[in-house]
Design a protein around this ligand. Structure first.
Ligand SMILES: [Zn+2]
Ligand SMILES: [Zn+2]
Ligand SMILES: [Zn+2]
Length: 368
């Protein structure tokens, strides 16, 4: 091995957080944080200028070059996307459906016209996602009609328009009306003192998994009576328990909770070997994640792997809202935790969904 080889393999801690890596300066995560901080401090005028630049670049065919900035501006500043949606529509860009959240009626009607006339199922799928983001009365009506009278593209899609609605954070109730699948309010997690509440991420549960024997982890403890978390409608202490080993193999883990901090796992299917030692699980309880003081935009968590409670999720794969195992109604999304924020070497994201009536929380995992 030459000297330069050994030099290039040298571990260099991040100058800000100490995370180990093989290059100088800030780590990937601290760089993202810096960029996000900059965007949060831009003046209103500068944000408007950036929106204009984004629109111009999209019209020039350079969507890819402004995509990251655009997503950050939506996430952190919840910018109005009406004119951006218009520019994307002109260029037939439908991949980032969130861009259409503030689409004008004219844009919406053009999307609907395309959906009714396309013979391409992939395009239909993208258009359904974009229309779901708009989700107004007219879109709901169109989705109902398309569900009752499917067009040819439906044969090649896996699910009905009513499931595409979930992409916009809503569903049809049994009576046909719209029901929200997400909370309008949102908080993020910041690094600080590991406090008892209102949020605690990762505590030893004391019990063992009935399926694999691994130490159970209370992945999230929430004090729902705290002012900052009132929007969750949980009047008490709620513990969300998982088996950190089985979560990788199960489609979802379901946890029955009481408002006094008791919780237990519902039946699990997997019979996998336990790969985690007591110390591995213990490490997941050493993070210093705590709840942000101020609320953030509803879209704060849609990009950059940010932990959030409330608001919209960043789905690594397709959006996925589960049905409650007891009442079978669709569950409401309420939090996401990115594994690498509690275990440096793990990847993927945990998504939390809730059925208030049955007091059941579902936790599922996605990774690339
Ligand atoms: Zn760092
Ligand atoms: Zn287990
Ligand atoms: Zn239920």
């Amino acid at each position: 091995m030459t000297r330069s080889d050994s030099m290039s393999r040298m571990i260099i801690p991040c100058t800000k957080c100490g995370r180990e890596k093989y290059f100088e300066g800030l780590c990937y995560y601290c760089k993202i944080n810096e960029r996000r901080l900059e965007i949060s401090m831009l003046s209103h005028e500068v944000v408007q200028q950036k929106i204009q630049i984004i629109i111009n670049e999209i019209r020039e065919g350079n969507f890819d070059q402004v995509e990251e900035l655009l997503m950050s501006l939506i996430s952190i500043r919840n910018i109005n996307t009406s004119y951006i949606a218009e520019a994307c529509l002109e260029q037939n860009i439908f991949l980032q459906s969130i861009v259409y959240k503030d689409a004008s009626e004219k844009t919406r009607d053009t999307l609907i016209h395309k959906l009714l006339t396309t013979d391409n199922s992939l395009e239909a799928s993208h258009l359904l996602c974009c229309l779901a983001m708009i989700g107004d009365d007219y879109v709901q009506q169109v989705f109902k009609e398309l569900q009752a009278n499917p067009l040819p593209w439906r044969k090649e899609l896996y699910v009905d328009p009513s499931v595409y609605a979930h992409n916009g954070g809503w569903a049809f109730r049994e009576d046909g009306n719209k029901e929200a699948l997400i909370y309008e309010e949102c908080r993020t997690f910041v690094t600080g003192e590991r406090k008892q509440y209102p949020i605690l991420v990762g505590e030893m549960n004391g019990g063992h998994c009935p399926s694999c024997g691994c130490d159970l982890l209370d992945i999230l403890t929430i004090d729902g009576s705290d002012e900052k978390l009132k929007f969750l409608n949980l009047e008490g202490i709620v513990k969300v328990t998982i088996c950190p080993n089985c979560i990788y193999y199960e489609e979802a883990i379901f946890c029955k909770y009481e408002l006094n901090g008791e919780s237990h796992l519902l039946n699990m299917e997997s019979k996998e070997e336990n790969m985690l030692t007591h110390d591995d699980v213990k490490k997941m309880t050493t993070n210093r994640l705590t709840l942000s003081h101020k609320p953030v935009s509803k879209y704060y968590g849609i990009t950059d792997e940010i932990n959030t409670i409330g608001g919209m999720a960043e789905w690594i794969q397709d959006f996925q809202y589960l049905n409650c195992p007891k009442c079978n109604k669709i569950m409401k999304y309420f939090a996401q935790i990115h594994w690498n924020t509690i275990d440096e070497y793990a990847d993927g994201t945990l998504y939390f969904e809730i059925c208030h009536e049955c007091q059941i929380i579902a936790i599922h995992h996605q990774q690339t």
